[in-house]
Write a protein that binds this ligand. Structure first.
Ligand SMILES: NC(=O)c1ccc[n+]([C@@H]2O[C@H](COP(=O)([O-])OP(=O)(O)OC[C@H]3O[C@@H](n4cnc5c(N)ncnc54)[C@H](OP(=O)(O)O)[C@@H]3O)[C@@H](O)[C@H]2O)c1
Length: 299
């Protein structure tokens, strides 16, 4: 059955950060949220209170009351929850999860047998707070994947609430997630590395973070506005190979004692690999500049 976005009733299984946030975001923008079922009844009650909806201690009742079900449980639980609901009468319903890495096909592989349709609706956003993150979801980008009439319905609902959306094919879901990880989770690893090095210069963690924050935020703002090529500054962009040499020597001096040589090699390999990606940006930004000396230092 093709439902109109304004008529759809959405139920949540899993009252955690995404369940709370997406539910409240939808309610604030006029979508009907039926309510919550969760592993612990208290979480469902709390989420229901937060979204002026209902808490359910009977999964079948939530399924019956909803046209669409969002399985906002940890990735490892999605399949188990789907197995629980598929015999509860999901015919014609839209079954969704919010995982970035799982496709709808691999999770809801037999959904056609139940005359329902499956989707993954992934907010490309760090949802860190049950109570605060919903305020920021209008700025989020949602990546939709799945086949069936629900795609159009969710697009209308999310875009109507101010968010951006696009659809992708299920085959590229893992690659898509990897792309997201590069721009967010892996950044945490790089910042940790940066803080460790500042620690070696005598900074406390608090001082390191205070010093790095304006650098990171300004850089990220420029990357977000102009892309990584235009935003690039620094020694690689300038083709300053003597600085690159100094950096490699500094890593060797810091970690290069006999017992730590493998640590030094690891650090230098990491530096060289990431710098090679930065060099690609530099070459694109300055196609007439000769980077061959610097390239040699990075090999
Ligand atoms: N957080 C993010 O930044 C983010 C961003 C994009 C996508 N996602 C995706 O969103 C989904 C949910 O993530 P989250 O961050 O909201 O996780 P979360 O905060 O850990 O919440 C998950 C909730 O699911 C409930 N739960 C666990 N197992 C259950 C089961 N078998 N049956 C019913 N409820 C169960 C738990 O509820 P109780 O409190 O009742 O135990 C828990 O509060 C995941 O697929 C994740 O990949 C997360």
């Amino acid at each position: 059955m093709l439902r109109k976005a304004k008529d759809i009733k959405i139920g949540f299984i899993g009252a955690g950060k995404v369940g709370f946030s997406l539910g409240r975001f939808l309610v604030e923008h006029g979508t009907h949220v039926t309510g919550y079922y969760s592993r612990h009844g208290e979480s469902a009650c709390e989420a229901a209170g937060f979204t002026s909806s209902k808490s359910y201690d009977n999964l079948e009742e939530l399924v019956n009351d909803s046209d669409a079900l969002f399985l906002t449980v940890p990735d490892g639980e999605i399949q188990k929850v789907y197995d629980k609901i598929k015999d509860l009468g999901i015919s014609d319903k839209y079954i969704c999860h919010c995982s970035g890495s799982l496709s709808s096909k691999e999770t809801f592989f037999d959904i056609d047998n139940y005359h329902a349709s499956g989707y993954s609706i992934h907010p490309l956003f760090p949802v860190s707070s049950k109570y605060e993150s919903y305020k920021e979801l209008s700025d989020a980008f949602f990546c939709l994947e799945g086949s069936g009439p629900g795609i159009e319905v969710f697009k209308v609902i999310l875009e109507g609430a101010g968010a951006k959306t696009r659809t992708i094919k299920p085959e590229v879901k893992a690659l898509y997630h990897l792309a997201c990880v590069y721009s967010s989770n892996l950044m945490c690893g790089l910042v940790k590395e940066s803080m460790n090095l500042l620690g070696d210069c005598g900074f406390t963690d608090e001082e390191a973070l205070m010093a790095l924050k304006p650098l990171m935020l300004s850089n990220m703002a420029h990357i977000g506005e102009e892309g990584p090529v235009k935003a690039l500054t620094g020694p690689i962009e300038r083709g300053d190979s003597s600085t690159i040499e100094k950096h490699i020597k500094a890593l060797n001096d810091a970690y290069g004692s006999q017992s730590e040589q493998s640590k030094a090699d690891e650090e230098i390999t990491l530096y060289r690999l990431i710098s090679s990606k930065v060099l690609e940006c530099a070459k694109e930004k300055n196609p007439d500049r000769n980077y061959s000396e610097l390239e040699e230092k990075l090999n």
